[in-house]
Write a protein that binds this ligand. Sequence first.
Ligand SMILES: *Cc1c(COP(=O)(O)O)cnc(C)c1O
Length: 379
Amino acid sequence: MKPATKYIHAGMEPDPSTGAIMTPIYQTSTYVQEAPTVHKGYEYARSQNPTRKALEDAYAMIENGKYALAFGSGVAATDAVIKLLAPGDEVICANDMYGGTYRLFTKVFEKFGISFVYVDTTNSENVKNAVTAKTKLIWLETPTNPLMNITDIAAVAAIAKQHNILLAVDNTFASPALQNPLDLGADIVMHSATKYLGGHSDVIQGALMMNDKDLREKLYFIQKSCGAVPGPMDCFLVIRGIKTLGIRMKAHCENGKIIAHWLRNHPKVSKVFWPGFEDHPGHAVAKKQMKDFGGMISFELKNDSVEEAKRVLSGTHLFSLAESLGGVESLINHPASMTHASIPREERMKNGLSDSLIRLSVGIEDPDDLVEDLKQSIQ
Ligand SMILES: *Cc1c(COP(=O)(O)O)cnc(C)c1O
């Protein structure tokens, strides 16, 4: 089945009790049993819920995986993966990743005795050199948030396989429409479904997709034991969001390309970070492992001051100043003070995340209006 068809039909079965084409929102905490342990496969809604199951079936299919699990947020999904580990284990991760992931690793899990080694994963040699006997997991994000760095997933997967290390990839920025890490050798794909999968800025949710049954059982055990499950209403919203993923991503990519090129030609803009540019350091790898380059763009102004960045950030009307990304509406963000404020300034600077960097989540409005909006703000 082709992706666009899959997004609409994945996991969807007419409701057995009524034939409803949309899986109903099973807003229930428990299920009546005929006799003790005689039931229809549903006992208690932390463990099983039909709306969540329909979504999890869809999640698996859209990432070409066998299994998937839904979580109450993207960070809850990441949290579940780290809980596969034990004190003394090491994780190799990217030095440029979502601030909340960095916060979870450093502020929550380090104190449980798990070590995180940050390397520049855009060169897979760095990953190889960081492997020790204690390495149990490699955590990648590509493209990264907000600098759009690209890591070669297949190259890192080969290293992981060779050393019997799990590879997890945060695929939030690309979405399954542009990149499928399981096909490239990853063991686990993680999504903040809050972003492109939900697609309408109205839900917080996370997902994990995988092929290995044993790994699925371990993660399901964590999901039900730790309890970070999404409610049925949120699952329904993501099911609906996924249906339009194909056409939305096409529009995000088309608009992204227009805005990236427009910014690059703007006299007040010094640098544009977008993997679709041929001179982007990760372009060749992006071209190899992604179907298109997406609608996430960061840029710096020639006047490299926080004040100037703040002026631009406050001057747009269609681009709303907000955290998050991946919705139909365009957003503008200041990573240094907003999404990435949890990363110490020194760390941010080291990784090239300047104080004046501005990040755009290009929505699916008419691109002429988006360009007009930026034009009146960047002047
Ligand atoms: C938003 C985001 C997360 C966290 O997801 P939540 O749904 O906000 O918990 C993780 N990774 C990336 C790349 C994100 O953009």
